[in-house]
Write a protein that binds this ligand. Structure first.
Ligand code: AMP
Ligand code: MN
Ligand code: MN
Length: 326
């Protein structure tokens, strides 16, 4: 039965549900990152070890720098044909099921489990295990693995460490708590491949990506006395540098890093869509600004998709930031 007023479930309730079901689909959000993917893979691997059947759904391809994750090669945008009716769809790292994309067939609420750490999660599942104070969805999953008594092997450890390192920006963001560092240490002791995570997710850059970064930096603009920095990338810039959308993921942090900047935005006008990445150093809540335009995220990292012209996106985002105190 689904309660009329959704609430956050306890780990015991979620584990009871996991034990009751035998078939699972782990669902990642569009434009996947190491958190949505790593969290789903970690839980999927643990469930398989309990004899459950697990598929991994993700609308977009696994980004090049995440293909090293265990079982990443099993991720698909096609669901198995013969899924039982009581398959549980586990949505990881999204405040609403719509972030899974349009390709996922309709799923009844009864069969949705929502595991997340975003502010303002819409509690869309039958059960919602949402811990806003956690640094990553992977560390939220870790609570479930503990409650399950699941052994943490090196594959699971690598997946969870990848979620922590992704969402803390390699332990640089303010969500890097002592608890996150303790857990990272524990995961390394259990065999997590920290070297590979560092290399794949943070260090190795494609030359095309670096050339694109140069173009985006060239296009930087500063407003509000230099407190707001924004730039954009479009299809032409990608074509000229032989880069693609994956090469834009990290760039907004460079904008935020400029001296005097409190808030940064990168507008990505790619393949007929404008996606905006917002970052703040804590001076204002970019999740609230993103929510004004139908997006979401965290206090310091948020995003949205804008329907319209790029110049209108510039002014709409600036207005939303001003409304939140820019
Ligand atoms: P990004 O800038 O794409 O790395 O996203 C930063 C944060 O904002 C992540 O936590 C995302 O889940 C969230 N986010 C990005 N785009 C959207 C969107 N269109 N709707 C809701 N949340 C979003
Ligand atoms: Mn994410
Ligand atoms: Mn996350």
């Amino acid at each position: 039965m689904i309660e009329s007023t959704p609430r956050v479930a306890s780990s015991a309730e979620v584990v009871e549900e996991l034990r009751r079901r035998s078939s699972f689909v782990m669902v990642s959000h569009v434009k996947p990152d190491g958190d949505t993917l790593g969290a789903g893979l970690a839980l999927g691997i643990a469930l398989k070890r309990l004899g459950k059947s697990v598929a991994y759904f993700q609308q977009d391809n696994v980004p090049r720098n995440l293909r090293f994750l265990p079982e990443a090669d099993l991720v698909s945008r096609e669901l198995p044909a013969d899924l039982p009716a009581d398959t549980l769809y586990v949505f990881c790292d999204m405040s609403d099921w719509r972030r899974a994309g349009e390709h996922l067939p309709p799923v009844e609420r009864e069969n949705m489990l929502d595991i997340d750490h975003h502010l303002g999660n819409s509690l869309f599942g039958k059960l919602n295990f949402v811990l806003e104070s956690e640094c990553s969805t992977g560390t939220v999953v870790m609570h479930l693995l503990r409650e399950l008594g699941a052994p943490i092997d090196e594959r699971i450890a690598t997946c969870i460490l990848a979620t922590i390192m992704t969402d803390t920006g390699g332990f640089m963001h303010s969500n890097t708590t002592p608890e996150a560092l303790d857990l990272a240490a524990e995961l390394m002791r259990k065999g997590a491949d920290k070297e590979e995570i560092t290399t794949e997710i943070f260090l190795r850059k494609r030359v095309a990506a670096t050339r694109l970064l140069g173009r985006i930096i060239d296009a930087m603009r500063f407003e509000h006395g230099g407190r707001y920095c924004y730039s954009f990338v479009d299809d032409a810039m990608l074509a000229q540098t032989a880069a693609d959308g994956e090469d834009t993921e990290d760039v907004v942090n460079t904008l935020l890093g400029q001296e005097g900047v409190d808030v940064a935005a990168l507008f990505k006008a790619i393949e007929g869509e404008i996606r905006v990445s917002l970052r703040s150093n804590g001076a204002l809540n970019v999740a609230a600004a993103a929510q004004r335009l139908g997006g979401g995220g965290h206090f310091r990292a948020a995003g949205l998709t804008f329907d319209g012209a790029l110049s209108d996106a510039f002014s709409a985002v600036e207005a939303a930031l001003i409304a939140e105190g820019l």
